[in-house]
Ligand binder design. Structure first.
Ligand SMILES: NC(=O)c1ccc[n+]([C@@H]2O[C@H](COP(=O)([O-])OP(=O)(O)OC[C@H]3O[C@@H](n4cnc5c(N)ncnc54)[C@H](O)[C@@H]3O)[C@@H](O)[C@H]2O)c1
Length: 256
């Protein structure tokens, strides 16, 4: 249980389902973790949970808006101020939009690009000097829908495809500095976001479960922890020969 012993990791979207699960798992594996999110209340609750579940967890929360470019430098400064180094950056924050492309508004495009794509680019850029110093790595959270077209979430899916492209180019550019860059592409993971969405729509648990039965080979939703494990593996030295990859963690959704 020490795959990240002595490492310092930044995880964006740390108050959400996958970010919180990744934060907990990284703490269990010995990392010092900075969780970044704009939701102060959820963040406080996630940090308290991690501290109660993982004895000796070192977790710092940073409440900041990732849609603002200047936040990236502030996150890096706060992390080095607290821990003196950065070994792993997990770009995970994401928002959704549900406008068909024929009706897609400029404000929505700009907002979703700012969070889902540009925050990944700016934070990577600011963290790279530190990552280069310690042969660190970046894990970008994309989606199975980077590859798997569907109707109704085109703006989101474009950002997720952009993340895969950015991952590959950055892997190419940073290999000479021994920095690895990879993506994880989750399928349907049952996070608080989906729980709230289904509650608002008045869906029963049976209806929620049924949704996953036909849409992936595993016939069920993933837990957030099942996405956190592939992120952990890519971030760890066990993946020392892996860079530029997009690891599907989608229960086989892509192949059906
Ligand atoms: N859950 C899934 O089924 C699924 C599937 C594929 C990909 N993903 C991707 O995984 C990542 C995490 O998903 P999740 O389900 O845990 O989502 P989530 O909504 O639970 O968490 C996302 C977090 O990002 C934070 N965030 C949003 N905008 C922000 C901003 N401007 N500044 C700072 N923080 C901000 C939110 O407050 C939230 O805590 C996302 O990138 C998502 O697109 C999720």
């Amino acid at each position: 249980m020490a795959r990240l012993q002595g490492k310092v990791a930044i995880i964006t979207g740390g108050a959400g389902g996958i970010g919180a699960a990744t934060g907990q798992l990284f703490c269990e594996e010995g990392a010092s973790v900075v969780l970044v999110d704009s939701d102060a209340e959820a963040m406080a609750s996630v940090c308290a949970d991690i501290r109660s579940r993982v004895s000796g967890a070192t977790v710092k929360d940073l409440v900041i808006d990732l849609a603002v470019e200047a936040s990236a430098a502030q996150i890096v400064a706060a992390t080095t101020g607290a821990f003196g180094r950065i070994d792993v950056l997990v770009n995970n924050a994401g928002i959704r939009s549900y406008e068909p492309l024929s009706e897609a508004k400029s404000e929505t495009w700009q907002k979703i690009f700012a969070v889902n794509l540009l925050s990944y680019a700016y934070l990577s850029r600011e963290a790279l000097p530190l990552l280069r110093a310690g042969r660190g790595n970046i894990v970008n959270v994309s989606s199975t829908h980077a590859f798997n077209a569907r109707a109704g979430m085109g703006q989101y899916d474009v950002t997720k495809a952009g993340i895969v492209s950015m991952t590959r180019t950055l892997a190419f550019e940073e290999a000479k500095h021994d920095v690895r860059v990879n993506a994880v592409c989750p399928g349907a993971a049952f996070t608080p976001f989906h729980k709230k969405r289904f509650e608002a729509a008045g869906r029963t648990q049976a209806q929620i479960d049924a949704e996953a039965e036909t849409t992936c080979l595993m016939r069920r939703w993933a837990t957030p922890r099942e996405i956190a494990y592939p992120i952990l593996w890519l971030a760890s030295d066990e993946a020392s020969y892996v860079t530029g990859s997009a690891l599907m963690a989608d229960g086989g959704r892509l192949v059906i």
